[in-house]
Design a protein around this ligand. Structure first.
Ligand SMILES: Cc1cc2nc3c(=O)[nH]c(=O)nc-3n(C[C@H](O)[C@H](O)[C@H](O)COP(=O)(O)O)c2cc1C
Length: 366
């Protein structure tokens, strides 16, 4: 079993490195999110405060590297490179699903190396929703947290991926109470995250009936797990799964719409992810009300090279956030969350049809 999971994890990394696994037809919707340029920002760019405190941790910038990997030799290298970079920059990262190491302690080091390399960064442990339904409980969740001395635990929801792979865990019944139980029993904040298909207002509200500390929308428009499974199926000549992957390639709630759905429905911090590719995307996500943004795929290639490469990629993002905040005249994240935003195109249409009021898609300065 461990070998199978290890192989699958290695496959995911290889497929993501070699093939185009990004959404094809669906876009994040950030192209519909318009920030209003200020010719008179009346602030000095270098004095813009991009730091923010979320989950009791002060992030140097409102970003972190999303959950990606663990369990294999290559994953150890990737995790170490990301950890070194986030430690230097004083931000955070998620590790990939820890199922493989919970079941086989021999591979724990591929995860625990993250805390070795990043003694003070914000580290997010990771377990899967379907495993909570089938076999895991408080004990395994605590083990995952301990393994990386995590600041928070993410429970990932990946119904799309499970539904398009033949070995998928498609039993999601009774997950919500399990999530609720973990929020009561764990000493760290519990974040629930999607993996590229987004979170609706309905699901955000359900999650908020528990004590979840944050919701990471991971919407559609970036990495597509149906695409990853398409390539895996193609390699093993499994025509049925290949077709499933192709059909569901662009499934999901686009990220920009999902951010608004969650932000407008719950009072817990919302994390924006799924296709975040530059600092303007981050800035738009925060203007829509997200507390933090994260990206995963953009750091995979750099992380196979060196921590220096990851650091450079992060610094680009940080510099762009600072620039965009300057150009909308926001000298802090709090101010950014109040700047005017105009939503157009399919995102505005979506939000109107979903019943959100005009001040949501055409916000004047709050
Ligand atoms: C290679 C790879 C492996 C991933 N593994 C996990 C995982 O183990 N657990 C998880 O919660 N998300 C995992 N994700 C999903 C990401 O955390 C993220 O939600 C998704 O990729 C969308 O963000 P992006 O468009 O910036 O890549 C993985 C993503 C990639 C690219």
């Amino acid at each position: 079993m461990d070998d199978i999971i290890g192989e699958r994890k290695a496959d995911h990394i290889e497929v993501c490195l070699k093939e185009n696994v990004q959404s094809r037809k669906v876009t994040t919707g950030f192209e519909d999110v318009n920030l209003v340029h200020r010719a008179l920002p009346e602030i000095e760019r270098e004095e813009v405060d991009i730091s923010t405190t979320v989950f009791g941790y002060k992030f140097y910038a409102p970003i972190f590297v999303g959950a990606m990997t663990g369990g294999t030799a290559k994953a150890t290298k990737i995790n170490a490179a990301i950890a070194e970079a986030v430690e230097e920059l004083n931000i955070g990262m998620g590790v990939g699903s820890q199922r493989i190491a919970i079941d086989n302690p021999k591979v724990e080091h591929s995860f625990s190396i993250v805390r070795e390399k990043a003694p003070t960064a914000f580290i997010i442990a990771n377990i899967g929703g379907p495993q909570l339904v089938s076999k895991y409980g408080v004990k395994e969740a605590k083990k995952a947290v301990e393994m990386v001395q995590a600041n928070a635990l993410a429970i990932h929801l990946n119904s799309l991926q499970e539904a398009v792979q033949p070995e998928g865990d498609t039993n999601y019944s009774g997950l919500l109470p399990k999530i609720g139980e973990l929020t009561q029993e764990l000493d760290v904040p519990v974040i629930v995250k999607e993996t590229g298909a987004g979170i609706s207002s309905e699901d955000a509200k359900l999650l908020a009936t528990t004590d979840v500390a944050g919701i990471d929308v991971a919407g559609a428009g970036g990495t597509s797990w149906a695409a990853v499974e398409y390539y895996r199926a193609k390699a093993r000549q499994d025509g049925f799964s290949q077709r499933l992957g192709e059909t569901f390639w662009d499934w999901g709630i686009p990220t920009a719409a999902s951010i608004v759905e969650a932000v407008q429905s719950v009072n817990v911090p919302v994390i924006a992810s799924g296709g975040i590719r530059n600092g303007i995307d981050v800035t738009k996500a925060l203007a829509l009300g997200a507390s933090l943004a994260s990206a995963t795929y953009p750091f995979l290639q750099p992380a196979t090279k060196s921590s220096e490469d990851v650091k450079k990629a992060l610094q680009h993002l940080v510099g762009e956030v600072r620039n965009a905040m300057f150009l909308v005249g926001a000298d802090s994240i709090k101010e950014l969350q109040k700047v005017p935003v105009v939503l157009t195109g399919k995102t505005a249409e979506w939000l109107k049809l979903r019943g959100f009021p005009p001040e949501v898609y055409a916000r004047r300065k709050a």
